[in-house]
Each structure stands twice: as C-alpha cells, then as structure tokens.
Design a protein around this ligand. Structure first.
Ligand SMILES: O=C(O)CCC(=O)C(=O)O
Length: 252
C-alpha cells in the first residue's frame, strides 16, 4: 500500500490523519514571520479571544487580555505565502483522495484563518463537530490544520475522538450552542476515547467536518500558531443564502 493509500484508510477509519513534515522548515519560518508581523499590530480582520465567549476567555474587549487575537481571519486573501499552502499540490492531492473527488474548492467562509493561542489569555474550545453551523449539500468536508510549532495538550493542541465522524448523534447529546454535553452518561464512553493530536512544525492534520474535537487553554509560555483551511468536493455545493455561500470558494 502506498503512503497516500494508507493515509486514506486511516482518514476513512478515524476521521483524521496527520501527515508529518509536509511543509519544510524554511516555509514554516517564513509563515511564522508573516504571522508575527500580522499580529503586531493585529491586522484586520481579527477575531479576539473576548469575542468567542468560550470558557476562560476575557469577558470583554475592555477586560484584561480582551485585545488578545484568537484568529487572523481571511488568511487566503492576506498573502501569497498563505495561498501557497492553501493550494499546495501535495495537500490538494491528499484532499482529492480523501474526498474521492477530481476537483475540490477551498472555502473562504469557514476556517480560512490563522488560529493563535497566546499564553496568559486563551480559552477552552469544547467538544464539537465543525459541520454544526455549516450548510452544504453533503456533510463531508475536510479541514487542514498546519502546525507552525509544537502542539501538545499543554499548549492547547487539538483533541479528537477517533471514528466520531461516522456516528449518528441524537439532538439531545448537544447543548444549545451545539457543543457535546459532557454531563451525559451517553457521551462519557465517547469522551473516554479522546486522544491528543501531537504535532510538530510542518505537520499537517487533516480532519473530517464531523469529527468531534476540542482544545484546552495554552498553559505554556509561548504562542501557538496554526494555519487552518476547509475544502469541499466540487459537487458538494454550499446552500445558497447561507453563511457557507457568502464568498466564492476557490478552485485549487
Ligand atoms: O484551537 C482551538 O481551540 C480549537 C479550534 C476549533 O476547534 C475550531 O475553531 O473549530
């Protein structure tokens, strides 16, 4: 079995797969420099920790840490370096294989951002499936998460529940904001399967839009940066007039 075939088997079974060392260190270095330049001062459009209202987030933009960036939005449109990752031939080949599609598009409406987690002021993202607020003909989209430094449980790296992309959930398993309820016995078996996705700079996580995932606060002393995009198969159209259809998706 080739490397790509094995990755496709793992992706199909677990709803995620990590491809190690996909982006070389000189490209990672250039991306980190670009991101740091874009954070000081923070170049709009930016989502701040205070905007998400997640556990641990500053209560308002005026509170201590309220100006801490959480996401540099619209990454693809910001710079050629971000575009090169978004349409990287190896990344696109993996995505086409995972989605069983000849043509794919990068969504400008979902993710398409640099996620940052700053020491001191970061928040907890509870268990969720990304598809919960997205509106497409089918629920099978794939996101890529490029680590630009080490990602561990300690600095707020992602946790996933392997195989959760294949499960049928009852509406009552989620709360009003569509986060998985952790107080339910029905969910505790599932949550006991949670695993940390440990990444190094240049590693790329591919994960299905139905894979349950979560992340903690950054308890380390250094900022964590990740570049995140979402893709759909050409035939999997966004529903007109929804948030998923605001900006045109990019053929890659
Ligand atoms: O970095 C995090 O806290 C997780 C972000 C996440 O899961 C998301 O934006 O869907």
């Amino acid at each position: 079995m080739t490397h790509t075939e094995q990755a496709a088997v793992d992706f199909e079974e677990n709803g995620y797969v990590v491809l190690r060392n996909l982006i070389p260190s000189d490209e990672v270095k250039a991306l980190v420099e670009l991101i740091d330049h874009s954070l000081n001062p923070a170049l709009a459009p930016v989502e701040f920790e205070a905007d998400v209202h997640y556990p641990g987030a500053p209560v308002s933009r005026g509170a201590p840490g309220g100006q801490t960036p959480r996401r540099l939005l619209h990454a693809y449109g910001r710079d050629r370096l971000f575009q090169q990752i978004g349409r990287h031939p190896r990344v696109v080949d993996f995505l086409k294989t995972f989605m069983h599609a000849d043509q794919i598009r990068l969504s400008q409406n979902h993710h398409n951002c640099v996620m940052t987690k700053h020491p001191g002021f970061s928040s907890v993202t509870s268990w969720h499936q990304d598809i919960r607020y997205w509106r497409f003909d089918q629920r099978d989209l794939v996101s890529t998460w490029l680590a630009l430094g080490p990602e561990t449980r300690e600095n707020g790296g992602l946790l996933v529940i392997p195989g959760s992309h294949k499960l049928d959930f009852e509406p009552g398993q989620f709360d009003a904001s569509m986060f998985l309820r952790t107080d339910l016995k029905a969910n505790s078996t599932l949550l006991s399967k949670a695993t940390v996705v440990e990444l190094q700079a240049g590693d790329m996580l591919f994960f299905h839009s139905r894979t349950l995932h979560a992340a903690g606060q950054n308890e380390s002393g250094t900022i964590k940066r990740s570049l995140v995009y979402t893709y759909r198969a050409e035939h999997n159209q966004p529903i007109p007039e929804t948030r998923s259809a605001v900006y045109e998706d990019i053929p890659v």
